[in-house]
Design a protein around this ligand. Structure first.
Ligand code: ATP
Ligand code: MG
Length: 402
């Protein structure tokens, strides 16, 4: 029955030139999201609105599920459109529409007509009144409520006539691509995929970096991170995932530095390397899944110690979240089941029994001096041998060492 969707978006702050950028980015993201759907669609902007017209048969559930992942969409209204064959025919169409969508007629309603085409013989007020009357005649158990109707029945007079009354909620946010690009430090845990989702929701495109430590971490642990990137790409578009072999750096730190400082020093090197790649790929910031106090490496002192090695801003969208709140989002975005698969993480190897929780930056810096002989060389080698995997929902493409 439905042939199109009216896409609603929050317009706050989207004025003038920004409005066009916003709408174009949103239309582009919608096209991308629908590529994988059965059927053909036309996405078009008409008089300050975005419509998705189905040109062929399509799967309603699949299509709305896809649209619900497109940031920037606040609501999705399934539309029935009919040819303009006179007002009486339109009333019949509307009555049939109501019967289809609302089997239970014990409802209040309000007709809200809008004329995008001013040559229509009735004005909006008259359409509202006459259509209301026709509906009341057809369904005596329905009542008009102009203030708080159960059904807000929209009639839009365009070339064709659009009928809609239902709104499926969208994810909100801003279309990806309106906010620059950031580098997500993506591990196999619960937090970082959620952090990536939240930054992308503000319109930011994502690249990602993952540090692994073969043979201490397995292929399956790596595959899990790729799978997570693929799930997140359902919201963000393709994610370029840079995979860094961190083993030699980790072993070298283990050999040269006090073990209780291992995690902090390791994380400082992760940040440094992530920043190097971020700068090479035009990212404007780093993103992590850190949250204050969650583990020893995420106390205020530790965060300060990892933060100081970066020039780029480090975004930590989960900073004030409790674990339970993060889990809720990860369930909603469907990364949770993958995140809890029990594969080892390179951070958990060699961890000290009693890691420092209040690292002293001066002490850390001094101990890092123990690494100076060889660390630059190891970092260069790690970056020089990185793998690049382009992750999309439909699959992955490996581009080695680009
Ligand atoms: P997560 O659930 O995201 O793994 P976590 O609670 O395990 O987080 P940490 O291990 O302290 O916390 O990591 C903090 C953040 O550092 C992660 O959220 C992630 O952004 C980044 N990170 C940690 N390990 C890696 C890794 N192996 N590769 C890339 N980023 C990592
Ligand atoms: Mg982790």
């Amino acid at each position: 029955m439905f042939k199109a969707f009216l896409i609603k978006y929050a317009e706050i702050g989207v004025k003038g030139k920004n409005r066009y950028l916003f709408e174009d980015a949103l239309a582009a993201q919608i096209k991308y999201a629908l590529k994988k759907c059965e059927g053909e669609f036309l996405v078009h902007k008409t008089q300050g609105r975005i419509y998705v017209d189905a040109l062929t048969e399509f799967d309603f559930e699949e299509t709305t599920a896809r649209l619900q992942k497109v940031f920037g969409i606040s609501g999705i209204c399934p539309v029935v459109y009919v040819e303009d064959e006179g007002f009486d025919k339109l009333c019949l169409d509307v009555i049939a529409y109501l019967d289809n969508v609302y089997p239970d007629k014990n409802k209040t309603f309000k007709v809200q007509a809008r004329r995008a085409r001013k040559n229509y013989p009735k004005d909006s007020m008259t359409i509202n009144r006459d259509m209301g009357e026709a509906i009341l005649n057809a369904y005596p158990s329905m009542h008009v409520d102009v203030h708080n109707p159960d059904i807000l029945l929209n009639i839009e007079i365009r070339e064709k006539i659009y009928i809609y009354s239902e709104t499926i909620p969208g994810p909100g946010g801003m279309p990806v691509g309106t906010g620059g690009k950031a580098m997500l430090l993506l591990s196999g845990g619960i937090d970082s995929p959620v952090a990536g989702y939240m930054i992308a929701k503000r319109g930011v495109k994502l690249d990602a970096v993952y540090f692994h430590a073969p043979p201490y971490t397995s292929e399956r642990a790596k595959q899990k991170v790729i799978d997570l990137a693929r799930i997140v790409s359902g919201y963000t578009g393709p994610i370029y995932l840079h995979i860094i072999n961190f083993t030699d750096i980790q072993l070298y730190i283990y050999e040269k530095c006090p073990h209780e400082e291992l995690t902090i020093i390791m994380r400082r090197y992760m940040m440094r390397i992530a920043e190097r790649i971020a700068k090479e790929t035009d990212c404007l910031g780093l993103v992590t899944g850190e949250s204050i106090g969650q583990v020893a490496s995420q106390t205020m002192h530790s965060l300060m110690a990892t933060n100081e090695v970066c020039e780029l801003p480090v975004y930590r969208p989960l900073i004030g979240f409790d674990k339970q709140e993060i889990v809720q989002v990860s369930e909603k975005i469907e990364t949770y089941e993958t995140s809890i698969l029990p594969y080892e993480d390179c951070c958990t190897i060699f961890v000290a029994k009693h890691p420092v929780t209040k690292p002293n930056i001066k002490v850390i810096r001094r101990h890092e001096e123990n690494l100076w002989d060889k660390i630059e060389e190891l970092v260069e080698e790690a970056i020089g041998t990185k793998e690049l995997v382009v992750c999309t929902e439909s699959g992955t493409e490996v581009k080695k060492n680009t």
